[in-house]
Structure formats: C-alpha cells, structure tokens
Design a protein around this ligand. Structure first.
Ligand code: AZA
Length: 295
C-alpha cells in the first residue's frame, strides 16, 4: 500500500477588498472566495504523522489575506498566479499550488441616473472563476470560466431531424424555449512565470468580456438547430477573439419547459403554435458538453 497522491490546503477563504480613490471619493469593491491546495514533499505528514512538513492551512489563509493586502487581486488570473507563485517559491518542499478563485458580482448602483460612489448590488448568482496550477519548473496553468449565467430565449430555437427509432418519443420542434445555465471555460497558453502573466494582464479582462459578450450574442441571435451547434459557434468565436487561449469548453444544461395540454378543459388550445403556458422543469435536464481547440 502506498500514498498515491496528496494535496491539502484551505477552501472557502472569503476575501473582500475595497479601493478608495481619495480624490474622486469613488470606492470600488471586489469579493472573492479562494481555495488553495498545496502539493510537494508532504507524504510523511500522512504516512508518519510528521507535521514538520505541514504549512498549516491557517497559514495559507493568513498568507492569502496578506498577499491581497500587498498586491492587486484583480484580474483574478493575476491574483491566482501571485498566490500560487508565493507558495512554490517560499517553501522549497512545496512544488505545486492549486489556486481556485471565485469572483462574485457587486455591480455599482445607478442612483438618479448616476453611478453611486460606494453602493453596489448582487446582480445575479453569475460568477467569474479562475482555476490555476503553479508548478515548479513547469509554469503557471490558467483556466478562466463563466459559471451560473442563467439565460432563456422564448423562441429562435429548434430541434428536429434527430435519430428516431422504437425508443424515440420526443416530437420534433421548429420553435421551442431554450434555457441554460452557462458554464464556459477557456484554457490559456502555459505561462512560464508570474512575470509573463503580468506582461499580459489586460488580456484577462478583455477575454472575459469577449467570452461573455460572444456567449450572450450568439445565444440570442443564433437560430439554434441544437444546443450542440450553438455552443460550437460560441467556441469558434472565442478562439478567434483571444489568440492566447488554446481551448474553449462549454457545459450547458438544457433546462426544459414543457407544453401543457389543456384541451380537456373546454377544448382550450395550448399546444404547438397556441402554447403560451408552459411547465418549467427542474429535472431531468439535458447536458451538452464540448471542448474546441485550435487544431
Ligand atoms: O439541443 C438539443 N440537443 C439534444 O441533444 C437534445 N436531446 N433532446 N433534446 C435536445 N436538444
């Protein structure tokens, strides 16, 4: 019997940082949830109760707050790289650091038609996510994500021409509701160091904005033949828009809205082109996934 793999750290580190511009009086806020997991020469802490190799998870949490105080925490790709690099460079027996950052939405309020200097609201559960691994002598691996972006279109979606056999009951449709909760990811080229990440910092927000706009515009405007085809079009456009990204992936649940036949009630028409009242389904849901690469 042997220890095959190990990593440990602190999850759900909640972090808030405010920037106060004295001149303008405008304050800006960022809120994140951070997970740090370390790999390295730590086996004896598992196999031999040797705690001398353990950088305590509390130490990891304190380090996260100190680094947040001393460095920018946005874009999250930069902060993840700063945190990961810190652990790999500070402890010679730590050889890799996994840092996941979830950035929550605090959108500035508009009051009387003007952006308010210090008030914000949570406009949806959508999150911006970065999954990073900083690995000694290999570099910094970053994957950025949009998650929990819930969208719906009331038409402009069809699904017909699919395989039919004795197991198929689903009717074809040329006009359906389409709703999904977007999970989109884009994998960056490997960065050789924190310095290389810092050199391209503006690209991270640009990519997130592009991915979000492409997702929403394609979802809205594509006359969708299927979730599969629409998500592939999103991937193509993001790869074209962000040269430093090597792969784009989507995982889209198909959140079904079922027609309700009400004809039993005095012949009430509510199916097909007469359907206006639907039953949103919590489950089961379709789940369509893909990854698109450059070659
Ligand atoms: O867009 C869709 N893709 C599918 O694979 C599927 N299967 N049932 N409905 C579906 N809709």
């Amino acid at each position: 019997m042997s220890l095959n793999y190990a990593r440990y750290g602190k999850d759900n580190i909640r972090l808030y940082k405010v920037d106060k511009d004295e001149k303008s009086g405008i304050q800006s806020v960022v809120e994140m949830t951070v997970c740090i997991l370390l790999e390295g020469d730590i086996d004896t802490s598992y196999t031999a109760a040797d705690n001398s190799v353990v950088v305590a998870t509390d130490t990891q949490k304190q380090t996260c707050y100190i680094l947040a105080k001393q460095n920018p925490i946005t874009p999250p790709e930069l902060f993840a790289s700063i945190v990961g690099t810190h652990f790999v460079e500070t402890y010679k027996h730590i050889h890799a650091a996994h840092v996941k950052i979830i950035q929550h939405r605090w959108t500035r309020m508009t009051i009387d038609g003007k952006p308010h200097p210090h008030s914000f609201f949570r406009d949806g559960e959508e999150i911006r996510v970065v999954e990073s691994v900083t690995r000694e002598n290999q570099g910094i691996f970053l994957r950025s994500k949009i998650e929990k972006l819930l969208v719906l279109k009331s038409t402009g979606s069809a699904f017909y021409g699919f395989h039919r056999d004795e197991y198929t009951q689903l009717p074809e449709t040329w006009d359906r509701i389409l709703s999904t909760e977007v999970e989109a990811g884009w994998k960056w080229k490997t960065f050789s160091s924190l310095a290389e990440v810092k050199f391209v910092v503006p690209k991270f927000d640009e990519a997130w904005n592009a991915a979000r706009e492409i997702t929403l515009k394609t979802f809205a405007t594509d006359s969708s033949a299927s979730v599969q085809n629409t998500m592939y079009k999103m991937c193509e456009q993001i790869l074209a828009a962000v040269p430093l990204v090597e792969a784009v992936d989507y995982s889209l649940p198909n959140k079904h809205y079922f027609e309700i036949d009400l004809s039993w009630h005095k012949g009430l028409k509510n199916t097909g082109k007469d359907a206006t009242v639907f039953a949103p389904q919590s489950n089961p849901n379709g789940l369509i996934q893909c990854t698109v690469t450059r070659k």
